[in-house]
Ligand binder design. Structure first.
Ligand SMILES: Cc1cc2nc3c(=O)[nH]c(=O)nc-3n(C[C@H](O)[C@H](O)[C@H](O)COP(=O)(O)OP(=O)(O)OC[C@H]3O[C@@H](n4cnc5c(N)ncnc54)[C@H](O)[C@@H]3O)c2cc1C
Length: 233
């Protein structure tokens, strides 16, 4: 794993300043992969053995990926809107999101830690992100906070004057936090982790992908090892 996520309570990992990934429920095990594959031969196992571990490695290596679909992880996620936009591009899975039409918007916004304020150097496809001076890091944080404060004050003014929440939300920036549930099977989850825990992914979604990876590794350790060895890019 790229980083060691901070587990705040059982089943919940804190991410960024106000976010988290919580594993709401999982129906997931290495055995589900083995039995999905062995049904071809009308065989079923109740416990894993060494040959089953070998089978999982074989399936992963040869990209026989449908046996990895017979499981489900349901995550509850709190993240900035710009992270959610990247996340929702992953079509194989189900999402339900907090509604800023029906509920009042949160007043929590993402302000990066000073060490996460970075510059972008190079060309598209091969950017590198470099640390900036402490003065620039601090002034960036202050600029963001000032915009957030002004935006949220405008939002509240509009709502108090009777403007519909669905319209008032237009003033809110993509650093505002949102929440959603995401249900996904291991095959699609591995694709997500491959793409979003990679060095090429944006740092903020990488932190979330690291948390997702942590829960995946706990629930399906043999599959996770095979994924790390053969599948992850
Ligand atoms: C570093 C990075 C940069 C990115 N930059 C951009 C960007 O600038 N602009 C942008 O628009 N997106 C961008 N994306 C999003 C990217 O193009 C994908 O939409 C996103 O990563 C989801 O990947 P996916 O399609 O594999 O996942 P899913 O949608 O979960 O699909 C999983 C798999 O199912 C199959 N599949 C799903 N739908 C179809 C389909 N319609 N036809 C055929 N096969 C299908 C594919 O095999 C796919 O890999 C970026 C992603 C990353 C990781």
């Amino acid at each position: 794993m790229a980083v060691s996520p901070e587990v705040i309570t059982e089943g919940t990992i804190r991410v960024l300043d106000h976010g988290f990934v919580r594993l709401d429920e999982a129906m997931a095990s290495d055995l589900s992969v083995v039995n999905a594959a062995r049904v071809s031969f009308a065989r079923r196992k109740d416990a894993m053995d060494e040959s089953d571990e070998g089978l999982i490695r074989f399936l992963m290596r040869e990209r026989h990926e449908t046996p990895f679909e017979h499981n489900a992880f349901r995550f509850h996620v709190r993240c900035p809107i710009f992270v959610a936009r990247e996340w929702f591009r992953h079509r194989i899975g189900s999402f339900n999101e907090f509604s800023m039409r029906y509920a009042r918007a949160t007043d929590e916004f993402y302000v990066p830690e000073p060490e996460d304020v970075r510059s972008q150097v190079g060309k598209p496809g091969s950017y590198s992100f470099e640390t900036v001076s402490s003065e620039l890091a601090e002034s960036t944080r202050e600029e963001l906070q000032a915009v957030y404060d002004a935006a949220y004050a405008a939002y509240e003014r509009l709502v108090e004057q009777g403007v519909a929440r669905e319209l008032a939300r237009c003033v809110l920036p993509v650093g505002a936090y949102t929440e959603f549930y995401w249900t996904v099977n291991a095959r699609s989850l591995m694709n997500f982790v491959s793409l979003r825990a990679a060095e090429t992914a944006q740092r903020e979604i990488r932190r979330y992908a690291d948390a997702v990876e942590h829960f995946f590794a706990e629930a399906m350790p043999v599959t996770f090892d095979a994924f790390s060895q053969y599948r992850r890019t």
